[in-house]
Design a protein around this ligand. Structure first.
Ligand code: CA
Length: 214
């Protein structure tokens, strides 16, 4: 969730997070942030300090410990950065920031925050994935996948039974918007099927996309 009252910055941050494969919800005030946090399974909050109504510090004070927070601070305002960390922020990014830097911070904070999920195991049929360890097993035997193949398989397995389009895969797994470059997806799917040795696990839904199913 992005909490930012400046339209340009809010839109920019959301766009970059979407491109990085996250689904970003953007709200414009601290009050809205507190309401939306209760309504959605938010994994991380990017929080501006200067907001209409209750400010970022107060929001952070209320939510710290329940969800990771990255504060957006004004450059060279050391007191803001220190205060942000004191009220429980996990990290901060100084304005003006590069969207890439922010995305990198988001990834790093999520990685740290979600270590508790290290034991998570996903499975479809005889294929099991341990995302934290990045291990894939077929019938109990480990197989080697490239990073992209793993991400692709994880994306499909997390949505087992649902059809996923090639454009969605490009956007979410490759992290950029390149509709039309679906050949890339097809090549990786073919490779993945070969390595899994289970051609039926990732099904082609003609004219639409793919579906992982047991
Ligand atoms: Ca602001």
């Amino acid at each position: 969730m992005v909490v930012e009252d400046e339209p340009n910055i809010g839109a920019l941050v959301r766009t970059y997070l979407d491109r990085a494969g996250y689904r970003a919800l953007w709200v414009r005030s601290g009050e809205d942030a507190l309401v939306e946090l209760r309504r959605h399974p938010i994994r991380l909050v990017v929080l501006d300090i200067g907001l209409p109504g209750i400010d970022g510090f107060e929001v952070c004070r209320q939510i710290a410990g329940t969800v990771p927070v990255i504060m957006l601070t004004a450059r060279d305002e050391e007191p803001d950065r220190v205060a942000g960390l004191e009220v429980g922020a996990d990290d901060y990014v100084a304005k003006p920031f590069s969207p890439r830097e922010l995305t990198a911070r988001v990834k790093a904070v999520l990685r740290r925050a979600e270590r508790v999920d290290q034991r998570e195991v996903l499975s479809v049929g005889t294929v099991t994935l341990a995302p934290a360890a990045r291990e894939v097993r077929v019938d109990g035997g480990e197989i080697e996948l490239t990073q992209r193949e793993f991400d692709l398989l994880e994306y499909l397995v997390r949505r087992a039974g649902q059809v996923v389009t090639r454009d969605e895969l490009l956007e979410r797994v490759w992290g950029y918007l390149a509709p039309g470059e679906t050949r890339t997806v097809e090549v990786h799917i073919a490779q993945l099927r070969k390595k899994l040795g289970q051609p039926g696990l990732i099904r082609t839904v003609r004219g639409v996309g793919y579906k992982a199913a047991a």
